[in-house]
Design a protein. Structure first.
Length: 74
């Protein structure tokens, strides 16, 4: 499932990031790497807010489609 498939309050672990190199490096710099726990906090117009390592990060839906998550909890 992609990151966009999470519902508000759901969380999971990142299993793969299929973004282009520029976006992937930015996500890595923000702490979003494989194995990271991520939770959807807010849905907005084409941009959603996710809780990653106690930080709220906004990710565009077009980029979130390329982030694969598994083991959904909550």
């Amino acid at each position: 499932m992609s990151l966009c498939d999470l519902k508000i309050g759901e969380s999971g672990y990142v299993t793969k990031i299929n973004c282009n190199d520029d976006i992937r490096v930015r996500l890595y710099d923000l702490g979003l790497i494989e194995g990271t726990n991520i939770k959807l906090i807010l849905i907005s117009n084409g941009i959603n807010a996710y809780l990653i390592k106690n930080s709220l990060i906004a990710i565009r839906n077009k980029d979130a489609l390329n982030i694969i998550v598994g083991e959904v909890n909550d």
